[in-house]
Design a protein around this ligand. Sequence first.
Ligand SMILES: NC(=O)c1ccc[n+]([C@@H]2O[C@H](COP(=O)([O-])OP(=O)(O)OC[C@H]3O[C@@H](n4cnc5c(N)ncnc54)[C@H](OP(=O)(O)O)[C@@H]3O)[C@@H](O)[C@H]2O)c1
Length: 299
Amino acid sequence: MVGSAIVRKLQDEGYTTIITRTSSELDLRNQAAVTDFFDQENPDYVFLAAAKVGGILANNTYRAEFLYDNLMIESNIIHSAYKTGVKKLLFLGSSCIYPKLAPQPLKEEYLLSGYLESTNEPYAIAKITGIKLCDAYRSQYGCNFISAMPTNLYGPNDNYNLQGSHVLPALIRKFHEAKVNDEPTVEVWGTGSPMREFLHADDLADACFFLMENYNDELFVNIGTGEDVTIREAAELIKDIVGFEGELRWNTEKPDGTPRKLMDVSRLHEMGWKHRTELRQGLEMTYQDFLANEVLYIE
Ligand SMILES: NC(=O)c1ccc[n+]([C@@H]2O[C@H](COP(=O)([O-])OP(=O)(O)OC[C@H]3O[C@@H](n4cnc5c(N)ncnc54)[C@H](OP(=O)(O)O)[C@@H]3O)[C@@H](O)[C@H]2O)c1
């Protein structure tokens, strides 16, 4: 999702020499393959969007892969970027890096100030390591490697597989299928009370481009809207957009995750960047994209 949004942004800005690889062409966990790739392609600027990504179920089930894959991907790319003299690299982390009970909204300086949320701790540890790798290569070797922490994202090319998806694409698919099959209820995980912030992937790509052009410091930057909704509000919104007329059934046996994860985006706002897409508008666009690509998204 994010990689394709960044490519769209770069194309819109007129860039033509954009080098990408699918995971089947280049397994970024493979150190030798990554070294060869950087030696051959010699990129000037790197957007590190590749990662093992998933929702609460995948994060909690595949704990080993979420740690191993992400550590390998980051280490291989950041080290090769240093070795080949990449001019600038942007590493993408996640709001999961913050302690479970950190004060809200989450300021960048709260990193490592408390215990992490247990369901996504392996992923968070890997992402924190990515930040620290960028910082270490900057302080020891002077590399211009920056990090940004996006909030929860949604948009075109999201993952609609219910075993791996995040909350918004999961809800879009569930409500859509319930509507099409005329089902009376849709099950939603948890209590509905956790609060989450959501950013459209095209806005994230815009922010990444903005930081690549304007930001050159060590401290990582939060990327979000600075506004959040309850999961219940998000579910009701999607129900309305999809046009499902049945009931929501809250499965409180399932985990809620962190109670709240609202980013403090004042640093990014002070730099002059703000999101453009509001949640309702973004979800309407995303549902249209889902309808247009349903065959592709749901195998
Ligand atoms: N989605 C969110 O809500 C969210 C929120 C905060 C931060 N982020 C961060 O934003 C970045 C992009 O996330 P996304 O939502 O765009 O996830 P995504 O749609 O799952 O994209 C991740 C990409 O990484 C590739 N990849 C995974 N393992 C790889 C490997 N071993 N070798 C090569 N490529 C590999 C995947 O390729 P395949 O599909 O072929 O495996 C996929 O194209 C990640 O760093 C993520 O941590 C995402």
